[in-house]
Design a protein around this ligand. Sequence first.
Ligand code: COA
Length: 154
Amino acid sequence: MQKSKSPKHSETIMTEVVFPNDTNPMGMLQGGRMVQWMDIASAVCAQNHAERICVTASIDVVKFKAPAKVGDIITIKAKITRSFNSSMEIFVQAWAKKVISQKAYLINEAYFTFVAIDDDASPVAVPLVKPSTEEEKSEYAKAELRKTARLLNK
Ligand SMILES: CC(C)(COP(=O)(O)OP(=O)(O)OC[C@H]1O[C@@H](n2cnc3c(N)ncnc32)[C@H](O)[C@@H]1OP(=O)(O)O)[C@@H](O)C(=O)NCCC(=O)NCCS
């Protein structure tokens, strides 16, 4: 029987600090750096679920909701919504926090798709996802529709 794992098992929280080298001339965090951090957090999440090396297959619409500035603390949360055969959808959100005010706000979110690969870099089956909370169940159900739309645009 195919193994199933809770989304909690692989949930990944990553923390970064915005340094001048991460920013544009206005001191705002660059989009590419943000996506790189989100890619790393979601890769860790996918690999802990799959217990395999995983590659990024696609990134859905990345929404830059608000800017982060030099010195802000960035928290990135990556959580698996559903696995299919070899692919997994990971929902990633990022928040920025001001050190002095301790005010945190959502700056970015996106869905990443990772594919688990074997030693020959061929896709390989991964464990199922077993959602338990209402939110996990809702994300799990909607993931199928998102996958269909994603592959139509491939
Ligand atoms: C992702 C990759 C492994 C898929 O290989 P492939 O031979 O096209 O595999 P298949 O067509 O058999 O599809 C395998 C799975 O990938 C999914 N997939 C393929 N292309 C996809 C895309 N663009 N978006 C989302 N999922 C995709 C398929 O839906 C399938 O999922 P399932 O097994 O859960 O049903 C391959 O395209 C690849 O290696 N791409 C480069 C990855 C990379 O370099 N990433 C950056 C570095 S990490």
